[in-house]
Ligand binder design. Sequence first.
Ligand SMILES: Cc1cc2nc3c(=O)[nH]c(=O)nc-3n(C[C@H](O)[C@H](O)[C@H](O)COP(=O)(O)O)c2cc1C
Length: 490
Amino acid sequence: MTNFLDLRQYLAAVESHGELRHVSGAHWDLEMGAIVELVYREAKDPKPVMVFDDIPGFPRGFRTAFGMLASTWRLAKTLGLPEDEIAPMQLHHNWYRRQKEIRPLAPRIVSTGPVMENTVSGADIDLLKFPVPRFHEMDGGRYIGTAHAVIQKDPDTGWVNVGTYRVMVAGKDRLALHATPGKHGNIISNKYFAKGQVMPIAIVIGMDPVLWWLACQPDTPWGMSEYEAAGGISGEPLQLINGPFSGLPFPAHAEIVIEGECHPNEETDEGPFGEWSGYYANRGLKPVPEPVIRVKAIHYRNDPILTCSMPSVPPHTFTLMLAMADSVGIRRRLEEYGLPGVKGVWSNFSGSGGLFNVIALEQLYSGHALQAGILASQYSAEMGAFTVVVDDDIDPSNMDQVLWAMVTRTRLDRQMHVIPHCHTNSVNPAIPPDEKMQDGKKKMLTSARVVIDACRDLSWKEDWYPVARMSNELRDKTLQKWKTVLAGLI
Ligand SMILES: Cc1cc2nc3c(=O)[nH]c(=O)nc-3n(C[C@H](O)[C@H](O)[C@H](O)COP(=O)(O)O)c2cc1C
């Protein structure tokens, strides 16, 4: 049971664990972003949640918070996993086991909650009453939605999707929504627009961390309720309010909720924005037309906390979270396919999460490693650039070991495979900006994915060259005999 009623309870737990840092006086324009980028690229682990207050030009108490799920302990705490087993592969195995036991728990509809402490609507709406950051020097706008959830209802079935798709302030009461093709949010928008209908939409900012984890999960299938899944993980039903302006349900304990609507064919310039891959990869420094959200109302708690994610050259505030999510997501898909022998999966941080995935496999039959690699390579909704399959003597989260296997066990002419024409989209930095648009419209894009079978050839695996590493017995003996020499070193 994790059971945090809201973000505030969670931040209190994080602070008492020593993983929260308060910063006073940083400006919304580049300063908060620069501090967070510095900490997340250069500081020692675990990187803290950074809470900014006394932001110049804003009332004290109007805060921002970065890095909600950016440490292994914070992930374990959020997902209800043992807090003393937080090495990457321990987290992977524990979450892989726990998520199988979780059963959806329906949310409870309540009539009001703390998020309704303040409501502004009509001419009083001003999105910049919150300290919305400009994150990077070349960003084309201020982003209010980077660690948030977008709520939309499928017009055909009534299913409510909760997804994280970035949202830029495009005016006092206008936002731009960037949900890339293939994402549930994008599919739902297109359904309304194809019918010529107005789409109700709500943006939730500052929620309990379980719900945010789910909003970012590529592994939540179409039709599955993130609200019910969040209740299942927490062990308590989520409390939701039916929005008075949009009719959409949102958490009663959120920090800020924006209700609005999108009209067919109404677009505005969005971006550029420094993205999770470490580039301005959408169309370089050119903005892109995206759907407009006309804001109808903003609800917010007293002293609201605007949660943020700071993407940049990895590692950044959400690389670890994506690595963990993708690792277990890939393993689950392989299992659903019925593939035996998978001993672990890790999605490497430097690959930004999802772009360099390693599968540790006990090879059981010829072609097994390639089969695992090809299946896993199709997991990512956007790119999934490299999938490496290693034997199960390799720790997939240890890049030294993975690279060793790649360079010593792969017969490159036989064991490296390029799969052309797989799905990708405009986030892919390897595709030049001009190839992403045609006649002012976004183009359908594909790109290759690479599978590397870095396993020892099964036909002579048993006779493979002996590994030049000391035995466990010699290791133990040496540690025992030379403990004074080795003290503090190992
Ligand atoms: C911090 C963060 C920001 C994200 N921003 C976007 C975005 O702007 N657009 C997008 O399409 N996906 C974005 N994603 C990825 C989606 O949230 C993710 O693919 C999720 O699975 C989408 O939900 P869906 O499967 O219901 O479409 C982001 C993920 C994270 C962690």
